[in-house]
Design a binder for this molecule. Structure first.
Ligand SMILES: NC(=O)c1ccc[n+]([C@@H]2O[C@H](COP(=O)([O-])OP(=O)(O)OC[C@H]3O[C@@H](n4cnc5c(N)ncnc54)[C@H](O)[C@@H]3O)[C@@H](O)[C@H]2O)c1
Ligand SMILES: [Zn+2]
Length: 362
């Protein structure tokens, strides 16, 4: 097992990464000195595979867990579902020292985290992330929340978990497309922060794709370390945290303009990162060798790097980019790379230049 310590003063906590962790959930929670009653929030897919193990482990350590299962999918990240969770917490008489376990991917983590942040003005919560994206990204950093009809993640709170248990065994049932999508965030950490990690990924990608546990343990732990490091320096997103958005300006626009669901998040930001690398070459002199390595790694991972754009789709994509909060005075702000492992944020790019880069995508 690897332990990554997230240092946020009195809200510091540990991220434990390894195999066989779910059966130890109860024992781990016992160490946190929490109340007896708790709720395990999960979704219909994850619950089928792992709810029993979670409940058994909690009961064996003397806790009284109630299971709350929400439908799988982004649609569960909404206020109506939050309210249903509150009602079940109240029915099970959870009180201030009681806690919530978020067992699932980013949807469950964001939803259950928000419920924990607001029920009784905040009760403790523990994350058990079960997708690669959730282990390396959404479970770290303390952002919780739900969507509104008007847009994604518009209601939320910064709220830190007491513990994150990243059990690599849960990947055994994760669909391949979801796993590969998570790799796009993994590769991102190499590009924005750690050229050594990037080179390791180039060497170990086949092992990662086979979900080899020791390789995954090292990589997941390093990604958590990087995110924790960035978030620790900028918890509320006033500066440095922006670098985590590498590839996301175009990526979000792709997700938006193609209708949510066509591309998984990782697929969209894979295309976005390759485009951002080309912008970096044009504007910051990122070497053609680095641009090539970046493109190649995403391709090897099995992620898309191109987008066919007819004039109508291009127009929709640009409209979506203009709506993004990173626009000021007609120029769109990007995170761009100077070299592998080193990026700068707030780089203003004119739409015409983005157009050129996207047009270069065959
Ligand atoms: N809070 C943050 O900082 C942050 C960061 C990035 C993303 N997010 C959010 O995360 C969400 C996406 O997370 P996600 O990609 O994990 O999606 P998800 O939670 O919807 O999980 C993807 C799919 O895989 C299934 N699944 C999960 N784990 C499984 C397992 N081990 N075995 C079998 N099936 C499994 C789920 O039921 C779902 O169908 C989005 O809502 C996004 O906004 C939040
Ligand atoms: Zn992302």
């Amino acid at each position: 097992m690897r332990i990554v310590q997230v240092s946020l003063g009195h809200r510091s906590y540990a991220i434990k990464v390894g195999s066989g962790l779910l059966p130890r959930l109860g024992a781990e929670c016992a160490q946190l000195k929490l109340g007896q009653r708790c709720a395990v929030v999960t979704d219909s897919n994850v619950g089928r595979h792992f709810a029993r193990a979670a409940l058994k482990s909690l009961s064996a350590s003397g806790f009284e867990p109630v299971l709350i299962t929400v439908p799988a999918g982004e649609k569960s990240k909404r206020l109506a579902v939050v309210e249903k969770c509150y009602d079940q917490l109240a029915a099970h008489r959870l009180e201030r020292k009681s806690f919530i376990v978020a067992l699932g991917g980013g949807v469950v983590g964001d939803l259950a985290g928000f419920v924990a942040a607001t029920y009784l003005r905040g009760i403790p919560f523990v994350q058990v992330p079960t997708t690669l994206l959730a282990q390396v990204d959404s479970s770290v950093g303390g952002k919780t929340g739900v969507n509104l009809h008007a847009g994604k993640n518009l209601v939320g709170a910064f709220y830190q978990p007491r513990l994150v248990l990243a059990d690599l065994d849960t990947f055994k049932t994760l669909p391949k497309r979801e796993f590969v999508s998570g790799l796009a965030e993994v590769i991102k950490y190499g590009i924005i922060y750690d050229a050594v990690l990037f080179a390791q990924l180039e060497r170990n990608l086949p092992k990662l794709l086979q979900r080899d546990a020791p390789t995954l343990r090292a990589v997941v732990a390093r990604c958590c370390e990087i995110k924790a490091d960035v978030v620790g320096q900028d918890e509320t997103e006033s500066g440095l945290r922006a670098i985590l958005n590498f590839g996301h300006t175009i990526g979000h626009a792709i997700e938006n303009s193609s209708g949510y669901g066509k591309f998984l998040h990782g697929e969209a930001i894979s295309i976005g990162q390759v485009a951002a690398a080309r912008l970096s070459q044009k504007l910051l002199g990122l070497s053609s060798r680095d641009v090539e390595r970046i493109g190649k790694l995403f391709v090897q991972a099995g992620l898309p790097v191109k987008l066919k754009l007819n004039p109508a789709r291009r127009k929709k994509l640009f409209a979506a980019m203009q709506l993004d909060k990173k626009v000021s005075g007609g120029e769109i702000k990007f995170v761009l790379a100077e070299k592998l492992g080193k990026v700068v944020w707030g780089q203003k790019v004119l739409p015409a230049v983005i157009e050129e880069v996207l047009a270069g995508l065959p």
